[in-house]
Design a protein around this ligand. Structure first.
Ligand code: RM4
Ligand code: MN
Length: 389
């Protein structure tokens, strides 16, 4: 066990988790957006909040941006601000769901002028990547249809393939496309990228710089997500996660909150293929909104939950597991996994944090810091950032 612990500590020390800028703005339900005192008013303040999460966890050094929600005049200045705070800019998310013209589709639209506009938006995002040093262009396609017969499903795929090809052609060599899928919403009959298979088919057609992003909230209930993780790793196309927790729909709750065992099963497949290592290229991002809970502590809790699931996965006795599997020892093999899952890894993570000069409990350390009270006091005036701002 001590040997496992040592290896787990070394692996955990290298693990990083990317934070979404939109987690730090006001958000809510379809019915009401709840404001909170001290919430960031612009992308610069969002980065300051993200830097707090990194300061107490030591594991969250990058922040994803959403364009145009995080539009600024000078991206060089924003990147420099991030660097001053000890963080950097991560994935750039495009936005294809807020313009009236996109009602019937963006990259899939039957109207060539609308498709061109959607492609051009990605040129703008790629420019932001160049100015911020970001390497990941994340595309979540909200396109789809509500009624059978509304549009030609095949034609929509063909138009999508063509639009994506144009976006892909604009990438620099170090850039990647992260192509996200979602089984329903905002449209309810047929989404144009509803599942990992469709995303993968498009990525394979595009080329090696295109990879799939798996949002844990974007599957039908009961879907075996860890199987998808295994398969995408097997073919070298798992580019990133959007981590969150769902109960009913795309709930965007704190990852691992309702089903920590699912998060463990996912991380177990990751560790089994060594994809937790930074060289694997898998970007472990959060995609969450904190509607009723405070934002910075919500992100800290999320990072801690990913770390706990990873630590447990690293403690799985792989040799014993393989032996039991080869011997056909069904319950023995299952027991090896459950032993790791049942381990209290909080002391291990406290040790990891001590080795980085951090407090053992980042959540408590942030609460003690007085930062939350300070931003509530100081951030007065101006417009708080929110969904779409
Ligand atoms: C989508 C998807 C994307 C996110 C948007 C705002 O459901 O998860 O990742 O950018 O929401
Ligand atoms: Mn997502």
């Amino acid at each position: 066990m001590t040997e496992h612990r040592t290896r787990a500590l070394a692996a955990l020390a290298e693990q990083t988790i990317e934070l979404p800028s939109w987690a730090f703005g006001n958000s809510g339900t379809r019915f009401k957006v709840f404001g909170q005192p001290g919430v960031a008013r612009d992308p610069f303040e969002k980065l300051e909040d993200a830097a707090q999460v990194h300061r107490y966890t030591g594991a969250a050094p990058r922040v994803s941006l959403h364009i145009p929600w995080d539009l600024v005049d000078d991206y060089g200045k924003l990147a420099a601000h991030a660097a001053d705070l000890g963080v950097s800019i991560g994935a750039i998310n495009s936005n294809l769901f807020q313009d009236d013209e996109y009602k019937l589709g963006s990259l899939t639209s039957a109207d060539p002028a609308i498709r061109r506009r959607a492609v051009e938006h990605h040129a703008q995002c790629i420019e932001v990547m160049r100015q911020t040093g970001s390497t990941d262009l994340k595309i979540w396609l909200p396109d789809g249809t509500n009624y059978p017969g509304q549009d030609d499903l095949r034609a929509r795929q063909d138009r999508l393939a063509d639009s994506l090809q144009q976006v892909y052609a604009m990438l620099d060599p170090q850039h990647r496309i992260l192509l996200e899928y979602k089984f329903f919403e905002p449209y309810f009959y047929a989404m144009d990228i509803p599942d990992w298979g469709t995303s993968l088919v498009h990525c394979l057609a595009l080329g090696e710089q295109a990879t799939v992003v798996l949002d844990t909230g974007h599957h039908a209930p009961g879907t075996n997500i860890e199987f998808i993780v295994m398969q995408l790793l097997r073919v070298g196309r798992l580019g990133a996660f959007d981590f969150n927790s769902r109960n009913y729909a795309d709930d965007d709750l704190i990852v691992g909150s309702a089903d920590p065992f699912q998060l463990f099963r996912i991380m177990n497949e990751i560790v089994a293929q060594d994809a937790h290592r930074p060289e694997s290229g898998v970007n472990f991002m959060l995609d969450q909104c904190h509607n009723i809970e405070p934002k910075i502590p919500g992100q800290i809790r999320s990072v801690m939950n990913v770390q706990e699931a990873t630590a447990k996965a690293l403690l799985v006795d792989r040799a014993a597991l393989r032996e039991a599997q080869l011997a056909g020892d069904v319950l023995g093999a299952h027991g090896v996994l459950m032993d790791a899952y049942s381990t209290d890894v909080r002391p291990l993570l406290a040790e990891l944090r001590a080795s980085k000069g951090l407090a053992p409990d980042p959540y408590a350390a942030y609460a003690r810091s007085g930062h939350q009270e300070r931003i509530a006091r100081e951030r007065v005036g101006g417009q708080q950032a929110g969904w779409g701002a």
